[in-house]
Design a protein around this ligand. Structure first.
Ligand code: ADP
Length: 645
């Protein structure tokens, strides 16, 4: 540890018999604020930011913060700040009582002036460790309520629960005993592995910003263009969200939609969405102006276009061809596709170098993830601009290579496939979902599929020739094991929440509460009987291993193919876009935690000649043969292997 340990220092400062004031000029987060809490007074600049964000890194404020903050601002407010880790402005901190004064000029000057003015006044009431914790009358019920809320929200994360426990100690025990409890809880968190996962997740977010392409283009040798005028083509759910996300950054947007009804609805809904979001985010600068049009010709003056029409290649090709002739030379053309070939789109334009994919996640103005897809011909400038734009929109942008499904959806495919196979073999949708939810996903695959609509995948499979009229309903398609279960659900009109029925039943179309449906059980039994399958009882462990290890294995294939630059890229995609529990770091980090040898052994065990996704990736085998280096070393390992091969 650098310098003196914080806790004795904090106690020493508090014990000083002359008034001590903290002058906070910039940020006082974590240890910084804990130090300030030791002082008798706190003065901050109006631009200062304060908070105890330890919980977001899997820890708690372990230098007395969990015992001092509630004594200063009361239990209720401290519970909020410490269990969420949120940052607060100087103005809010003043209101909460964290600060004594706020200034627009120099905080140090004011602090000096301040301590002079209070010199000689008694300090007892300023020493937080000696004060009782102000609590509402029904402390226990408040703490119980917060605990159950936190448990629900944190999905297995230990730190928020430990924070509530530490605050319970602050409310009920003298300071010294509270500190003892704080130390005990901190030790548990340190040893849990979750803190390491959360720190890794935090770090991976930074790593992906420093993108690099196999061509050698990198974040620090490529120049991004600053975009001020953009267009969005197609105003479905995705297009509308993208328009709002762009406008929030101050970019003016031309929003184009060909269907009259959709255009009318979007012109009504989008400005309201924008206003709501702008209000929520308290924007410093006014949002960009949005103009609506049904004419593609109106995008001729913009610098960047994001196409978000139906996910149909022939339509996208037509739109790209048209855009290429309408737009000024040099305009960047981006496609919000979830997995189609970017290079094919580039090929129909006059400047293939200016084409990239920008894969947003619904709702596009809220979700953090953005996959920026580069094709073999995408220029470094185009990638840099899309990444920069993602950053301006507050997104975690990850540069990924061009292959079916890119990174996120490519890995999702074997995961979903295993979930369907498990149903064939005897599991129920609820069993599979519960296993995944217990692992920490906000929703299991079947609940998720009901929410997004079973017809989405059905359409894609039809386009791929895997199902549809004329395709025989067997359990093998295109030479591989295939489960026709989801297709049969769609054929039965069970498209999910929107039809009131899917893998679960709902109160009606649009209903949200998922209940097991006897129809599904009979359907599964009939299906198994038809195909001569005998249901067996499947353990939670097998469900998790088959779903997660299939997904992880595809992650190794992706690294091997250089579609992702490193494991951090994959992990950031899964944490920020696919609901992978943050306290488990990401799929590749998880593989490291479980042990690569074990993953390999289990994949071999579940392997089946008809299921290529479970065939262990060559990279995984090589890593195991090299003694399973930790995840932080994989990027280097892969690059070395690439040079040698
Ligand atoms: P989502 O955004 O949820 O994927 P859709 O796929 O329904 O939703 O949205 C696509 C939108 O693109 C539709 O509103 C459709 O009318 C619109 N669209 C289709 N072709 C064009 C086109 N050539 N120009 C502009 N808009 C188009």
């Amino acid at each position: 540890m650098l310098g003196p340990p914080l806790v004795p220092m904090i106690h020493a400062i508090e014990a000083v018999d002359k008034p001590v004031a903290a002058a906070i000029e910039g940020v006082a987060l974590g240890g910084g604020l804990e130090l300030a809490l030791a002082c008798h007074y706190r003065i901050a600049h109006s631009k200062a930011v304060l908070g105890l964000p330890e919980v977001t890194l899997g820890l708690l404020p372990g230098a007395g913060g969990s015992q001092r903050l509630p004594r200063l601002i009361g239990l209720t407010a401290a519970l909020d700040l410490i269990t969420t880790g949120r940052h607060v402005s100087a103005a809010e901190a003043l209101k909460l009582g964290v600060l004594d004064q706020v200034t627009d000029s120099n905080a140090v000057d004011l602090a000096v002036e301040f301590v002079r003015s209070v010199a000689g006044q008694p300090l007892d009431s300023r020493r937080l460790s000696t004060l009782p914790c102000p609590c509402p009358p029904d402390v226990d019920s408040l703490l119980d309520k917060v605990m159950s809320k936190v448990r629900q929200r944190s999905r297995g994360a230990l730190a928020p629960v430990a924070c509530v426990r530490a605050l319970r100690a602050a409310a009920s025990l003298p300071y010294a005993q509270g500190m003892e409890k704080e130390r005990e809880l901190m030790a548990t968190l340190f040893n849990s592995g979750q803190a390491r996962a959360l720190q890794y997740a935090f770090f991976s977010q930074r790593v992906v910003g420093k993108w690099s392409l196999p061509s050698g283009a990198r974040w620090d040798n490529s120049t991004a263009r600053i975009i001020s005028k953009a267009a969005v083509i197609g105003l479905g759910t995705m297009g509308r969200g993208i328009v709002v996300a762009l406008a929030l950054t101050g970019i003016s947007v031309v929003a184009v939609e060909t269907q009259e009804k959709q255009l009318a609805e979007a012109s009504r809904v989008v400005p309201a969405m924008l206003q709501r979001e702008a209000g929520r985010r308290r924007l410093a600068t006014p949002p960009g102006v949005i103009s609506f049009s049904s004419n593609l010709q109106d995008v001729s003056e913009v610098e960047l276009v994001i196409e978000a029409v139906f996910e149909v290649m022939s339509l996208k090709l037509q739109v790209f061809k048209h855009l290429s002739s309408v737009c000024r030379p040099g305009t960047l053309l981006c496609s919000n596709t979830s997995g189609l070939d970017i290079d094919q789109l580039a090929a129909v334009t006059q400047s293939p170098g200016l084409v990239v994919g920008m894969h947003f996640f619904a709702p596009a103005h809220v979700m953090k993830l953005l996959e920026v897809v580069y094709g073999p011909r995408s220029s470094p400038e185009a990638v840099a601009t899309a990444m920069q734009l993602g950053k301006r929109m507050g997104k975690v942008g990850v540069a990924v290579g061009n292959c079916p499904g890119f990174v996120g959806n490519r890995m999702l495919k074997p995961y979903l496939e295993q979930a369907n196979f498990l149903l064939e073999e005897g599991a129920t949708p609820r069993q599979v979902d519960e296993a995944l939810e217990e692992f920490g996903f906000p929703m299991g695959v079947f609940r998720m599929s009901d929410l997004s609509g079973l017809d989405v995948g059905w359409r894609i499979r039809k386009e791929a020739g895997l199902t549809g009229p004329g395709v025989e309903s067997t359990r093998t398609r295109q030479g591989r094991r295939y489960s026709p279960l989801p297709d049969q659900m769609c054929e039965a009109g069970r498209l999910g929440q929107k039809t009131g029925k899917g893998w679960y039943q709902y109160d009606g179309p649009g209903g949200r509460v998922a209940r097991s449906d006897p129809w599904v059980h009979i359907f599964l039994e009939t299906y198994r009987a038809e195909h001569g399958l005998v249901a067996r009882s499947i353990t939670l462990e097998e469900i998790l291993e088959r779903c997660l290890y299939a997904l992880i294995n595809e992650g190794f294939n992706i690294l091997q193919d250089a579609v992702a630059a490193g494991p951090e890229d994959i992990d950031a995609i899964y944490v920020f876009g696919y609901g992978w529990p943050r306290h488990r770091g990401g799929p590749m980090f998880h593989a490291d935690q479980v042990g690569l040898g074990r993953i390999l052994q289990r994949l071999n065990q579940h392997s089946h000649p008809d299921v290529p996704h479970l065939k262990p990736s060559t990279l995984l085998r090589r890593l195991v043969a090299a003694g399973s280096p930790p995840v932080q070393k994989w990027r280097e390992f892969i690059n070395k292997e690439r040079v040698h091969s």
